[in-house]
Design a protein around this ligand. Structure first.
Ligand SMILES: O=C(CO)COP(=O)(O)O
Ligand SMILES: O=C[C@H](O)COP(=O)(O)O
Ligand SMILES: [Zn+2]
Ligand SMILES: [Zn+2]
Length: 309
């Protein structure tokens, strides 16, 4: 099966009250770990590429690796641009064969966000590609720009309706208290579920997207710290909150930090326990396994998208 768009995946997810995982990819082992997990769970999957990933791995390599995953597994896989910050990068990815792009003009004014998003939607739709946009601002580090928690603002439900109507966008990332990275909450984790329910009720049958949705699993933070790491006070979104969000119209849940932590923890352990080892396969292999196990757990127990293809 060729790469797919997320249209049908989101329709099914919306009806089934589950979410499709969108995982960030940067190299072969990460792609293989995620895709193996999805294959075992019989789940569709979104592989997303950030501007940073394009810079690190070279866009051609990533695209070819994802094509290899499609050929190898026959799974419904979406190739998605994460946080595209201009029409130009979105167009580049659309022309390169991506089936989905995100235009993140959330740092612009409401009117400018609409204008930029609409331009991407018009081009993408003419090529059969779907578009995700963002309204509201997430706290934390995003797009290489530091947005302080005070500056972050949650999505306005009425504006969300107007935004979707005027842009024709296919899905919308909303801000309800999540943030990118490993330090999401200072005290008790808290998301604005009333706001999510309101947005969802005003936009029936419309897929919402949750960014900054890593849980920062204590198991991996502890393993990193045990084997020479220094990641104190890291905290993410509790898994039950993600499942709850999926039942309220969130059809796409973005996870990157949990991949980073799982892989790093496994590699740290391997290198410390086997100081004489210098074959990269001996530590990248366990890194890939750790990703597979973590993603399989997310798909099965948190996002609940198993056996949905
Ligand atoms: O939203 C994300 C990518 O767009 C990833 O969020 P995390 O940092 O919580 O994994
Ligand atoms: O949204 C942020 C993702 O985690 C991607 O991060 P990155 O820009 O460092 O690749
Ligand atoms: Zn953003
Ligand atoms: Zn994001």
């Amino acid at each position: 099966m060729p790469l797919v768009t997320s249209k049908e995946l989101f329709e099914n997810a919306y009806k089934g009250k589950y979410a499709v995982g969108a995982f960030n990819v940067n190299n072969m082992e990460i792609i293989q770990g995620i895709v193996d997990a999805a294959k075992e769970e019989g789940s569709p999957i979104i592989l997303q590429v950030s501007a940073g990933a394009r810079k690190y791995a070279n866009p051609i390599y990533l695209r070819k690796l994802v094509e290899a995953a499609v050929e190898d597994t026959d799974l419904p896989i979406v190739l998605h641009l994460d946080h595209g910050d201009s029409f130009e990068i979105c167009k580049q990815c659309i022309d390169d064969g991506f089936t989905s792009v995100m235009i993140d003009a959330s740092h612009h004014s409401f009117e400018e966000n609409i204008e930029i998003t609409k331009k991407v939607v018009d081009y993408a739709h003419s090529k059969g590609v779907v578009v995700e946009a963002e309204l509201g601002r997430l706290a934390g580090v995003e797009d290489d720009v530091n947005v302080s928690a005070e500056d972050a603002s949650y999505t306005n439900p009425e504006q969300a309706v107007e935004f979707v109507k005027r842009t024709g966008v296919d899905s919308l990332a909303i801000a309800i208290g999540t943030s990118h990275g490993a330090y999401k909450f200072k005290g008790e984790p808290k998301l604005d579920f009333d706001r999510l329910a309101k947005i969802s009720s005003l936009l029936p049958n419309f897929p919402l997207v949750l960014h900054g949705a890593s849980t920062v699993l204590p198991e991996f933070v502890e393993m990193c710290n045990q084997y020479g790491g220094n990641i104190p006070g890291a905290q993410g979104v509790p898994e039950e909150m993600l499942t709850q969000a999926a039942s309220l119209g969130v059809c796409k849940i973005n996870i990157d930090t949990d991949l980073r932590l799982a892989m790093t923890a496994a590699i740290r352990k391997e290198l410390i326990e086997n100081p004489g080892e210098f074959d990269p396969r001996k530590y990248l292999g366990p890194g890939r396994n750790a990703i597979k196990k973590m993603v399989q757990h997310k798909i099965k127990n948190v996002l609940k998208s198993s056996n949905s293809i």
